[in-house]
Design a protein around this ligand. Structure first.
Ligand SMILES: NC(=O)c1ccc[n+]([C@@H]2O[C@H](COP(=O)([O-])OP(=O)(O)OC[C@H]3O[C@@H](n4cnc5c(N)ncnc54)[C@H](O)[C@@H]3O)[C@@H](O)[C@H]2O)c1
Length: 344
């Protein structure tokens, strides 16, 4: 059986997870790592017993494919370099930091003849995969997506739309198979640095109604997709990997003698079995299988571009309708209680 040699470029928070999963995949081996930080690179290389390359060009001579897990503003240059050397690329999301640069990268990907997959990991969330089956024959009326997190000091300079909500733009575009006709968006900045909480509505001609909320100032972690269909209400919890389908509400009058009339309603809740699988494992296995079996990747550069285009439009709208609380934070990133009270 063919074994694909895969390298990881960028060994930060997400790059470490790629190394762990790639060292355990079928049909692939972790063949080398690269980072501008020599200390981090050597430490990671020795942990996995693979070579460390200080230069991307040297790593590219030793691998067939890479996971590109560097900061977003490096994706265009580094992915282009990899593709020019004939190396397949899984580039982390978002594809690029602007729609113009994402379009450039999508064009390079198209012309390269190599596989390019974008790291929209939620496509491989087993709960989302199950949700797609459930909705296959459903008439969808409305979709409500929430991605809420407590404040983390990291990424606070990046808009919550490009950081978090972009996952959900990709899911909605995939679920509905269409791009929206128009977008409405509002946001607030709690820190004064970037949008921390955003509410976006996507309008589709003839429906469905789509609303999305993303936040990194909500003291509860939530990842949910709620879908209202003609004959069912579906709740998908991407975090706990559960799906509940509520359907068949039957209304019935129990007594027809005009005295003591009672009304009864029954509804059935189906709780679906969702396989306990790690999304990153499924994502990277799918990338490797696409290369070896020469079949299309699940999340293409064109998909990554569409998500960035919608995100950019939403970012522009939120900047026009931005509420700025400008709250200061202590050094642990917690929002002071008095500032919170003042904000209410
Ligand atoms: N799919 C997801 O759920 C998810 C989650 C987190 C981050 N991400 C994405 O992954 C990417 C990386 O995020 P992170 O949180 O791991 O960042 P990070 O800052 O923790 O790590 C980035 C690493 O890249 C290295 N690096 C920077 N420039 C480099 C270069 N030119 N060559 C080699 N190494 C270089 C840095 O030294 C650092 O170690 C971003 O695009 C981010 O949006 C995706």
């Amino acid at each position: 059986m063919e074994t694909l040699r895969v390298g990881v470029i960028g060994l930060g928070r997400m790059g470490q997870r790629h190394c762990r999963v790639l060292s355990n995949l079928r049909r692939a081996e972790l063949a080398g790592v690269c980072d501008v930080s020599t200390c981090l690179g050597e430490r990671t290389a020795s942990q996995y017993g693979v070579p460390y390359f200080a230069q991307v060009a040297d790593l590219l001579r030793a691998v067939d494919a890479v996971s590109l897990v560097t900061p977003t503003d490096t994706h265009l240059a580094l992915a282009t370099h990899c593709l020019e050397q004939g190396v397949h690329v899984l580039v982390e999301k978002p594809l690029a930091e602007t729609a113009a640069r994402a379009e450039q990268l999508a064009q390079v990907a198209e012309a390269s003849g190599r596989q390019v997959q974008v790291g929209h990991i939620e496509r491989f969330n087993p709960a989302y995969i199950e949700l797609k089956y459930v909705l296959e024959r459903a008439t969808v009326l409305a979709v409500n997506v929430r991605r809420l997190s407590a404040y983390a000091a990291s990424n606070s300079d990046v808009d919550v739309i490009l950081d978090l909500m972009i996952h959900d733009f990709d899911l909605v575009l995939d679920l509905l198979g269409r791009t929206p006709e128009s977008i409405a968006a509002m946001g607030l900045s709690a820190t004064g640095q970037a949008v921390d909480h955003a509410v976006v509505q996507l309008s589709y001609k003839g429906g469905p109604l789509v609303s999305l909320t993303a936040s990194r100032v909500t003291e509860q972690k939530v990842r949910s997709i709620e879908v209202t269909c003609v004959d069912a209400y579906v709740e998908c919890d991407l975090l706990n990997k559960t799906i509940e389908v509520h359907r068949c509400t039957i209304g019935e009058y129990l007594n027809h003698n005009h005295k003591d009339v009672k009304y009864r309603q029954e509804s059935i809740v189906e709780r679906l079995q969702v396989p306990a699988q790690e999304p990153l494992f499924l994502e990277l296995q799918s990338f490797v299988d696409s290369i070896i079996d020469d079949k299309p990747v699940t999340v293409s550069a064109a998909d990554g571009l569409r998500a960035v285009q919608v995100a950019e439009a939403a970012c522009q709208l939120t900047s026009q309708h931005l509420v700025d609380f400008g709250l200061s934070r202590d050094r642990h990133g917690a929002m002071p209680v008095q500032a919170l009270a003042a904000a209410q």
